[in-house]
Design a protein around this ligand. Structure first.
Ligand code: VGL
Ligand code: ZN
Length: 206
């Protein structure tokens, strides 16, 4: 069985949001159109406590974009984003939430970030999404959303490691590009590790 994984389609990652991804909102209509083509649609939601260690504001003198050591892991610092229960943490208002079967939150532990929808960045704790997909009989996952060079990439790479046949729906993802070329490099890395790179048109009725 195939599942569609919608990664972090939240207000804060769309234009005008706290950690805006260029054209991030442009993938929402694609998500809505693709839902009908899948038996199972699962979404992730970045869901941080206000004291999260990935927020530059929680480290004296630090600015977004800088990299620090956070409890033994390299951590890019971000603007305050996707704080639990805040406006920016909500799914984009035009996303058809009724088409989503289950939501997995991540980034809830203040001491560690979680880019992947499956595990935290130290691979210490699972979100439950991997076991859930396997229980549902899923063997193939199609990944899309925000951001290509962070949460989408790490979700796709973990999916491969967990044994799912994994595709990136490239036109349905947008990246941060903190450094020019980050998105291209992320797509190349996914491809080199076995992720199929496809377009949404190949999944939609013609
Ligand atoms: C993300 C940076 C920080 C993402 C989440 O969804 O790609 N990026 N938190
Ligand atoms: Zn985050």
């Amino acid at each position: 069985m195939k599942a569609l994984l919608l990664i972090d389609l939240q207000i804060d990652f769309c234009p005008g949001g706290a950690l805006e991804v260029k054209e991030g909102d442009q993938v929402i209509p694609i998500a809505n159109a693709l839902m009908d083509q899948f038996e199972l649609v699962v979404a992730t939601q970045d869901w941080h406590p206000a004291n999260h260690g990935s927020f530059a504001a929680n480290h004296p003198w630090r600015k977004p974009g800088q990299v620090i050591d956070l409890h033994g892991l390299q951590q890019v610092l971000w603007p305050i984003h996707c704080v639990q229960e805040s406006f920016g943490a909500k799914f984009h208002p035009t996303l058809n939430e009724s088409g989503i079967t289950k939501v997995f939150v991540k980034g809830t532990d203040p001491t560690i970030d979680s880019y992947s929808g499956f595990f935290d960045n130290g691979h210490r704790k699972a979100t439950g999404m991997g076991d859930y997909l396997k229980e549902q009989g899923v063997t193939e996952v199609y990944v899309m959303g925000l951001a290509t060079d962070y949460c989408v990439k790490f979700t796709a790479l973990d999916a491969i490691e967990l044994g799912f046949e994994t595709s990136l729906i490239e036109d349905a993802a947008r990246g941060v590009n903190l450094t020019e070329g980050d998105v291209e490099r992320a797509v190349a890395e996914m491809k080199s590790k076995g992720v199929k790179i496809i377009g949404s048109a190949s999944l939609l009725p013609s």
